[in-house]
Design a protein around this ligand. Structure first.
Ligand SMILES: Nc1ncnc2c1ncn2[C@@H]1O[C@H](COP(=O)(O)OP(=O)(O)OP(=O)(O)O)[C@@H](O)[C@H]1O
Length: 778
């Protein structure tokens, strides 16, 4: 039986870290082995007699580890044993003064009473305590573990009970023990106030910290939002600027025609309606840039001073009288008609005769811009006319691109520029459309005022453009296109002309390019002559020659830079030292001065003129004819025509008819790898066969050219200038040629005419009479 006044003996449970207060209940795990035995014994008593004193060890007194002098008298409500572990449910009843002998199982407990204190003091202290408690709970409102501290006053009988309940929540065991030991309620409350005020300051500090952290986070977020907004605004204003810039550009583009301006403004309107992210924007902007970059109304003033233009042309090239004259005619017409209509010329000639460079010189002479398009290999109509803008990656056609002002800030050519259509004969047509058809429109003065490029969409006026096309072969240009151009033939140069070009243009140009003085680099005339004859005799133009001189200059420069030389005047015997063995060493054209069944013909090729040997032999057979030498159909027919013409004239030439029955004839054209065709070898074949059958030798320095009919007529041939130049270059002294070519004599350089004995023949009999004078007596 529990008596709150009497001193009694009770079993004692020793706890390591738990302090129990009166009016509180809780579970306690017994770790002290003797204590669990005590619990076992007490548990055997009836519930109303199960009293124990709970006392804690004073850990701060490390040496002795004695018990605190004050403990709590408890009722043992329940005990649970699992293996060696023991748990008890205790209900605190009263503070007691504990007296016990060390290690004893029982102790004497003297009940302790709370001091009488002034109620106002108690109330005042309690109010302070409650304030702190409220602040504490407010600060920890998120933490549910503190809810147990909330005071529902009606649950409690008095303030002491409340104080015990709050004290139970303190973790610090020493503070708890201090409260338990204190007899004054006010003192106990003061301990709690102290604890709570400390906790409140911590809470407040934590709150300030989190407020600051939150504030910082908020500031950071606001800063992020602000920056993002700024960026968006900047981007939008950039886009606006872009539109604004473009609008300004269009307004300032005074060179635009009305139609072009309207188109540009319409596109700008479209641009404004598009959402910022639309992929169409860049397409429209590039279209507008392109539209503005075209010359439209911009026209460069033409240099109409005939003398000055003539000077520029003469200074740039030698031997271009025909071209110069044509350009002066063009200027003269412009002066008179006050028109700015362009022209369409086509320079036809072998490579390296200056077609491209003379076009540039024309632009300079006329004070026009020069721009060019390489047409070689172009097989798509869209390359000329552009792609429609609906295609991904659509681009304008090459014609308009060539007229476009290049990159930003660069010069925009005038709409009357010289536009070079290089290698128009090498255009190809494939399944993607025929570029010729598009070019027909470009070059037709009737249509080109409204040239339609698919990309540009609106018509563009090409009338003022000075078109210059270049081609190696006239007949490779389709006839309709050829008809739209004025063809100017630039044929190959004679040796003398080449020497002149080299001396007046090529060498000075190269020396200027490499910053060489005459003391440092020069070529003697004989070296130049040998360079031509032994290294580049077969070329019609001077590109190869220029490359050789260039190579010589580079090699001399290397020596100059290495300090091996101070200057070099290259003579003929030094050529092989610099350029290696000549490709065409000097030699006699033929081993024998005259031969039977061998004749020299003259051929025209893409790269100029050349000589061509015709050989015939008789072999035992049955009157058959064999042809070898990679011949084309026309050439084969020429052999047949010549042979039959000869058979027709058997009696005239006193030939043995048996020959044509008992012998086979083999006609051969050496250099098998080179294809040969054309009718101009006809006369040569006839004379070769006659020489073979009549056994009359032909001088190796005589050449012949002319088409033959079955009746022996000699017809006109083409490429006479190239052929005669080749004849001179190959040391031929006499050329038999058609009477009908006499009209071309004006084109033949004087130097060539002087070096050759030209024999004009109307009929093959005349050629025979000249070549085999015996027959002339017939
Ligand atoms: N009559 C000339 N006077 C001065 N230089 C010339 C003459 N002919 C050609 N040249 C020079 O020869 C070089 C080759 O000429 P260009 O490139 O104009 O030849 P091209 O006929 O256009 O050849 P291709 O058909 O291969 O394009 C250039 O350096 C050019 O200046």
């Amino acid at each position: 039986m529990f008596d709150s006044e009497s001193v009694k003996e009770y079993p004692i449970i020793i706890s390591e870290d738990v302090v129990f207060f009166p009016f509180t209940a809780g579970v306690l795990a017994i770790k002290h082995a003797p204590s669990s035995e005590i619990v076992q014994n007490v548990s055997k008593q009836p519930v109303e007699d199960r009293y124990v004193v709970l006392c804690s060890k004073n850990k701060s007194d490390k040496k002795t580890s004695k018990l605190f002098p004050v403990g709590t008298l408890c009722r043992l409500r329940q005990s649970i044993f699992v293996h060696n572990d023991c748990q008890v449910v205790l209900e605190g009843l009263q503070r007691v003064q504990v007296n016990c002998v060390e290690d004893s199982e029982r102790c004497t407990a003297v009940p302790l009473h709370t001091l009488e204190e002034a109620p106002a003091k108690i109330e005042a202290t309690f109010r302070v305590l409650r304030d702190y408690l409220e602040q504490y709970l407010k600060l920890n409102s998120q933490d549910t573990t503190h809810r147990a501290l909330a005071i529902e006053e009606k649950e409690f009988v008095n303030i002491e009970q409340i104080v015990y309940k709050i004290s139970g929540n303190i973790h610090d065991i020493e503070k708890k023990q201090k409260i338990l030991q204190s007899d004054s309620l006010v003192a106990r409350m003061k301990i709690l106030i102290q604890w709570l005020s400390f906790e409140v300051s911590i809470g407040k500090f934590k709150e300030t910290l989190s407020i600051k952290a939150a504030q910082k986070m908020r500031n950071d977020y606001q800063e992020y939002v602000r920056k993002t907004k700024e960026e968006i605004i900047k981007r939008e204003s950039e886009d606006q600027n872009l539109y604004y810039d473009m609008e300004k550009k269009i307004q300032n583009a005074k060179h635009l025609t009305q139609e072009a301006k309207k188109q540009a403004e319409n596109e700008l309107k479209k641009l404004r309606l598009l959402p910022q992210s639309s992929p169409e924007i860049s397409g429209i902007l590039s279209y507008l840039e392109f539209l503005i970059s075209l010359p439209w109304k911009k026209v460069n003033p033409l240099n109409k001073d005939l003398n000055q233009a003539n000077k520029v042309l003469e200074k740039s090239h030698s031997g271009m009288e025909k071209v110069n004259e044509r350009i002066l005619e063009f200027l003269a017409v412009h002066r008179r008609r006050k028109t700015d209509q362009g022209a369409v010329l086509c320079f036809v000639g072998p490579p390296g005769v200056g077609k491209t460079s003379v076009a540039k010189a024309i632009a300079k002479a006329l004070n026009l811009d020069f721009t060019s398009i390489a047409l070689g290999g172009c097989g798509d109509e869209a390359e000329i006319r552009g792609h429609r803008r609906t295609y991904i990656g659509a681009t304008p056609g090459r014609i308009l691109k060539a007229l476009q002002g290049r990159e930003k800030g660069r010069h925009r050519p005038g709409s009357n520029a010289v536009l070079l259509l290089d290698e128009i004969d090498k255009l190809g047509a494939d399944r993607r459309g025929d570029p010729y058809a598009a070019l027909l429109e470009v070059l037709d003065p009737e249509q080109n005022s409204e040239f339609r490029d698919h990309y540009l969409e609106i018509p563009y006026d090409l009338r003022k453009i000075f078109f210059i096309a270049t081609a190696n072969k006239k007949y490779d240009i389709p006839a309709p296109l050829r008809d739209r151009m004025e063809l100017i033939h630039l044929s190959g140069y004679t040796t003398q002309e080449k020497i002149q070009i080299a001396q007046h243009h090529l060498i000075p140009k190269i020396m200027k390019e490499y910053c060489l003085t005459e003391e440092q680099f020069s070529l003697t005339s004989s070296a130049l002559y040998d360079l031509l004859i032994q290294y580049t005799p077969k070329e019609a133009g001077v590109r190869g020659l220029k490359e050789r001189i260039d190579a010589l200059a580079r090699k001399v420069i290397l020596k100059l830079e290495r300090g091996i030389l101070e200057g070099e005047i290259i003579d003929r015997d030094q050529l092989s030292e610099y350029l290696g063995t000549p490709l065409y060493p000097p030699k006699n054209l033929y081993n024998q001065p005259e031969e039977i069944g061998v004749m020299t013909g003259l051929a025209w090729t893409e790269v100029g003129g050349d000589i061509m040997k015709i050989e015939a032999v008789q072999v035992i057979g049955k009157g058959k004819t064999f042809l070898t030498g990679k011949l084309g159909d026309i050439m084969k027919e020429s052999v047949q025509v010549a042979l039959n013409c000869l058979k027709e004239n058997i009696e005239y030439y006193h030939l043995d008819p048996q020959f044509f029955i008992e012998k086979d004839i083999h006609v051969h054209f050496p250099e098998n790898a080179i294809p040969k065709d054309g009718p101009s070898a006809g006369a040569g074949i006839f004379l070769t066969l006659l020489s073979l059958i009549s056994k009359k030798p032909v001088p190796s320095t005589t050449a012949v050219t002319g088409e033959i009919t079955t009746k022996g007529e000699i017809l006109r041939i083409g490429g006479l200038k190239e052929k005669l130049i080749a004849a001179v270059n190959h040391e031929i002294d006499t050329v038999l040629l058609p009477e009908r070519n006499r009209q071309d004599l004006d084109d033949i350089p004087e130097e060539v005419k002087q070096k050759l004995n030209l024999v004009f023949v109307r009929h093959i009999h005349q050629a025979v009479s000249h070549l085999f004078p015996d027959y002339g007596k017939l």
